[in-house]
Design a binder for this molecule. Sequence first.
Ligand SMILES: Nc1ncnc2c1ncn2[C@@H]1O[C@H](COP(=O)(O)OP(=O)(O)OP(=O)(O)O)[C@@H](O)[C@H]1O
Ligand SMILES: [Mg+2]
Length: 353
Amino acid sequence: MTRGGLILAVESSCDETGIALVEDGRRIHSNVVASQVAMHAAAGGIVPEVAARAHLRWIVPVLDEAWAAAGVTWDDVSAVAVTEGPGLAGSLLVGINFAKTLAYVHGKPLVPVNHLEGHLYAAWLADEAREVPEPLFPVVALIVSGGHTFLVEMRDHLAYRLLGETVDDAAGEAFDKVGRLLGLPYPGGPEIMRAAAGATRHDVVFPRAWLGDSFDFSFSGLKTAARRTIAAETGGTGTSAGDSPLANDRVAELADGFQESVVDVLVTKTIRAARAAGARSVVLGGGVAANRVLRDRLAAAAQAAGMPLVVPRPALCTDNGAMIGAAAAWRFEAGTRAGLDLDAKPSLPLARR
Ligand SMILES: Nc1ncnc2c1ncn2[C@@H]1O[C@H](COP(=O)(O)OP(=O)(O)OP(=O)(O)O)[C@@H](O)[C@H]1O
Ligand SMILES: [Mg+2]
């Protein structure tokens, strides 16, 4: 079966401008990402207006680089795909209008893609550096990112059943907030991972929100516990970025305790859900899936349960165009098309229970 052929995919939902050329939803010809992370670090977070302007500034150079790296032409392209949501309205609009123009000018169909479906389908991308098997259905997938945390079951392509989701903060959001409390730079996720790796003691234990038998998640209690502990140890209300009075060793121990709490809940619930669904593969995706401890812990637990874990390399877990091209291949085959009236859908959901 053909799987969409060569797709030019555009991602601009948050603070990464990504354009990729992906063949059959699996082979990456090029995947260029311009990240605004350094720019937003100064503000300690994303300023939507600033993000949209940066997408405008970078989207043409990113496209030029994607073509230069791919060695293909417009004649080879079967469709233009773009993230329609969820995400920041202004950021989404830049990518959508850019993709519309390309599709119109070159006479190609336009395929709208859900950003979260992109995070899922990153698991179907091939990797030149290592052998990655394709996930086998039924799949149970954990998507953990800056704005989302959920467990979904897939019995076939494009067929989703929501098993559970966060009732408050996303896991990435918790990493970023606690990173800030610890005085670490934005974004907190990778910083906490690095700091925690330096911990020599592992006796900080933060609470886990199990929420009974449910597959839902909650991270706000953990965040509050972390804030209280940090405030008590610094004699303040929590620290601000850059001037933590905590010693580096203590930052490492607290980061480790926090990360352990998040990873423990994510891994335990994912394996329980995968067993309940009779999954043949477990998939991990979203920006927090770049976390080494989460990857290793979930891989070991899935292996022990007889269900291999498929997780993309870290650069394909954080926002990028290739993951949109991967999902678009299946959307294209299923006949999903958008007209030139395509609009941004900032709170587009992926799945229902
Ligand atoms: N190594 C890491 N450990 C933990 N968290 C990480 C790591 N690397 C990135 N993150 C977190 O991943 C998040 C960014 O992920 P991603 O780019 O998928 O989110 P987003 O696109 O902003 O949100 P969404 O996909 O929900 O719209 C941030 O919260 C960041 O801190
Ligand atoms: Mg994302």
